[in-house]
Design a protein around this ligand. Sequence first.
Ligand SMILES: [Ca+2]
Length: 182
Amino acid sequence: MNMLFSLRLSSFNMKLFTPLFVIILIGCTTSKHNNLRYFQDYENAKGWTGALIDSGIAYSGKFSQKVINENEYGEGLRIPLGEADKQPLKKIKANVKIAATQLDGEIFLVIDIFSPSENKSIAYNSGANQSEIIKSSKAWAVCTNEMFIPANAKANDIVKVYVWNPRHQQFFMDDFEVTFEK
Ligand SMILES: [Ca+2]
């Protein structure tokens, strides 16, 4: 049995590529860094939060947070007020896209400021029941809420923004945004 191995060394052209393009980014920073906006689209949240991340339905990208019947609360934002800004803040605004195939009861987008030193909430706003706007939307409903921050709020008070699901229903949340106003 003869086996023929042929080895070819194909000629190759050597080209010298001279990097001719030098990109110089001239620092022209116009927007200063701040923590006044928090946004979650759930595209990179899988495994990192307690939220149940689902790829079956989404407003943005491929993923959303799935809130199931067992969940009385959706996973949300939880930060010390002073982390958003060292200076006193005046207002918290929240919005989130919610979709559900069937709803029978209330859903609320809650904004809460909890004082560890007083061991109680110093400001709380569950806002309007969102279920009607969700049911009347063909796909994703824009759910919103906002609340003024009390003048006596402290930097270590905890801001919590989350969806409250008192009737234990199933729905999806996406593009959750919380902004702070000075
Ligand atoms: Ca998404």
